[in-house]
Ligand binder design. Structure first.
Ligand SMILES: [Zn+2]
Length: 195
């Protein structure tokens, strides 16, 4: 609703929605499936994990074809894989789309104490740093994060705090690049699509 309002009422021509909640954002995907004004980028645990949608062939259609980007990931992939995806798939897509507003469906259920993705607090900080840098470069710093999932209360609290620390100017943590072939080949697939 925020993305639709920003486009209809606030003069935003191109809105980027990033969804890093561990579940695929099937509702957001449906709403903007054929929209040329909204890019939807979603990292999530791959099927058969709930809700089972969000395979990489789901790219939108009509005027929105190519503006839905799904990156399903194996359970337990952790910080290096997520950071690689945000650097090598999200970043070139955003460079191409040039959004004027970035919204984030910022679930904390990727945390290793919560569901299945094995993200650390540093991982959340690193992703926040990447997203903030992109928003600074393309959106004049216009970045809105909305809390979604998060079921382990301590991880939820500390995860949100970590994100806020980076947004408030803290240095994002360094995460080493991975050597996970499955993620690398997926990154190549998506990067080629934006050449
Ligand atoms: Zn979730």
């Amino acid at each position: 609703m925020a993305a639709a309002h920003a486009h209809a009422e606030l003069g935003c021509e191109r809105v980027l929605i990033i969804d890093w909640d561990v579940h695929h954002g099937n509702g957001t995907q449906d709403i903007f499936w054929a929209s040329p004004n909204v890019m939807f980028f979603d990292t999530h645990c791959a099927a058969p994990f709930y809700p089972g949608s969000g395979n990489k062939e789901e790219i939108g259609e009509g005027l929105g074809e190519g503006l839905t980007i799904n990156v399903p990931l194996p359970a337990g992939c952790g910080d290096p894989a997520l950071v690689k995806v945000y650097r090598e798939i999200l970043t070139p897509a955003v460079e191409w789309f040039k959004p004027d507003l970035t919204l984030v469906s910022a679930g904390v259920d990727m945390h290793r104490q919560d569901l299945c993705m094995n993200l650390s607090y540093s991982g959340f900080g690193a992703l926040t740093g990447i997203v903030q840098e992109l928003a600074d470069k393309h959106c004049g710093g216009r970045l809105v994060m909305v809390l979604k999932g998060g079921y382990h209360l301590e991880a939820l609290a500390r995860g949100v705090r970590t994100v806020l620390e980076v947004l408030a100017g803290g240095e994002p943590p360094e995460i080493e690049e991975p050597g996970i072939s499955e993620v690398t080949s997926l990154a190549d697939f998506h990067r080629d699509a934006f050449r």
